[in-house]
Write a protein that binds this ligand. Structure first.
Ligand code: HEM
Length: 422
């Protein structure tokens, strides 16, 4: 193992946009090399970052091993979130307006997270679960009633997460698609198709204005007329005897819209593709669905790793994977690389719906920011794959079109078809 000379840049181009236009399989040999030889490596600031890194010695440590990602994630005193969680620096006004407690540390994170967790109580989840099961069935009803050739992302993957998050928040029917479109742009500003001639900052600003507009209107509506949803809980909630401000409510609305949509959607897309590409695994899961769906859902998330990176900042001089780290250094966790770590997952490049144990870091490395929606996502995946595998056995998928970027492992389009039964 090489201990990097501090500030000497690693030759693997993790900071180039071109690296992130390739597929996950194409990137994997680079991550394998890093895991094996340079598990904590120093890289220059991301190319074309929204906020230039003015430090002449700027850059970040790339953490690619499973054990090191867990160590960073579980030590928030040493690796904090409050100085940014995105791979690249983003303008402060965007972070404030979009990330809510995702970019906060204790004690504020703990308080806000506790407050919002009322939305994820067993009663709320049970209420939502019944809807998820009905909606998964409706999605497949609609698929079978439509043309036999379709875009799988549009016809299937996108729909369930959009419904679940909208139901939770109380978003009116007509606002759901615009909310999802704006939420998508929040995580895909590097993609030329999303930019459509705008500069990345304009993409973010346009999305934030749209999402905050929806959130404010909804907050006002719930103050006047409370309902059984998260927005009502937010407008009525108090932290330390104080109500949340409209800005705080809007920021949480953006966080939930983004966190709950792109993640499950891309797990459905990558997951169904993996099942199509591995017919033995698909047959096994279809035939013994109840026996294997629990482990399969974890493997689908490991395989897809829809959130590829999150960042922390070192609060003190320390050491990670044998590499000295200085206070103030940025540390990026590569969940995608950790989820293929051979030392944590035997035969890591094999898609195995029976894999157990499967301590993947798809929902984070087990620290205080661990995904709040994990159990909800598991229910969504169980419901939609149950419907798809049993009711559309002839479903085939073509090559996915991928989102360009270092954050969300996104599928923008994927051709699908099935053979209608006579
Ligand atoms: C397969 C689906 C999903 C994946 C892979 C996923 C992944 C993640 C990851 C990696 C994090 C950051 C963890 C960390 O920093 O330690 C996170 C945080 C979060 N997720 Fe998810 N997520 C998924 C679905 C959802 C859903 C459905 C919701 C809500 C409806 C949700 C809500 C959140 C929230 C609110 C946070 C912030 C938690 C905090 O900062 O304390 N997620 N998620």
């Amino acid at each position: 193992m090489t201990i990097a000379t501090k500030r000497g840049h690693d030759p693997i181009p993790l900071s180039s946009l071109a690296f992130w236009t390739s597929t996950a399989e194409e990137r994997e040999p680079s991550f394998r090399e890093l895991r094996r030889d340079r598990p904590v490596s120093w890289h220059p600031p991301f190319e074309g970052a929204l906020v230039p890194d003015l430090d002449p010695d700027g850059g970040y440590w790339a953490v690619v091993r499973h054990a090191d990602v867990m160590a960073v994630s579980r030590n928030p005193e040493l690796f904090c979130s409050g100085r940014g969680v995105m791979f690249e620096d983003i303008p402060q006004f965007v972070a404030d307006a979009a990330q809510s407690f995702l970019q906060a540390d204790a004690p504020r994170h703990t308080k806000l997270r506790r407050l919002v967790s009322t939305a994820f109580t067993p009663r709320q989840v049970a209420r939502i679960e019944a809807q998820i099961v009905r909606q998964a069935a409706t999605i497949v009803d609609d698929l079978l009633a439509g043309p036999a050739e379709f875009d799988f992302v549009h016809a299937v993957s996108k729909r369930l997460p959009m419904w679940t998050v909208s139901d939770m928040m109380g978003v009116p029917l007509d606002d759901r698609q615009p909310v999802v479109t704006a939420a998508d742009s929040m995580v895909s500003w590097n993609d030329p198709e999303v930019q459509a001639g705008r500069d990345p900052l304009q993409v973010l600003t346009d999305s934030l204005i749209a999402l905050h507009g929806h959130a404010r209107a909804l907050a006002e509506a719930r103050r006047a007329d409370p309902a059984d949803d998260v927005m009502t809980a937010l407008v009525q909630a108090e932290v330390d005897g104080e109500r949340l401000t409209d800005d705080e409510i809007c920021a949480f609305f953006v966080l939930l819209s983004v966190a709950g949509n792109d993640t499950t959607r891309n797990t459905i897309s990558h997951g169904m593709k993996a099942l199509c590409d591995n017919p033995d695994q698909r047959a096994l899961l279809t035939e013994h669905f109840d026996a294997h769906i629990g482990t399969a859902v974890e493997e689908l998330v490991r395989w897809a790793t829809p959130v590829m990176t999150f960042r922390r900042t070192a609060t003190a001089d320390t050491e990670l994977g044998g590499q000295p780290i200085t206070a103030g250094d940025k540390v990026v966790m590569f969940y995608s690389a950790a989820n293929r770590d051979e030392t944590a997952f035997p035969d890591a490049d094999r898609f195995d719906v029976t894999r157990h144990p499967n301590e993947h870091v798809g929902y984070g490395g087990g620290g205080p920011h661990f995904c709040m929606g994990a159990s909800l996502a598991r229910r969504q995946l169980r419901a939609i794959f149950g419907e798809l595998l049993h009711r559309v056995p002839s479903l085939e998928l073509g090559p996915p079109e991928l989102l360009v970027g270092n954050f969300i492992h996104g599928v923008t389009r994927m051709p699908g078809r099935y053979t209608p039964s006579r």
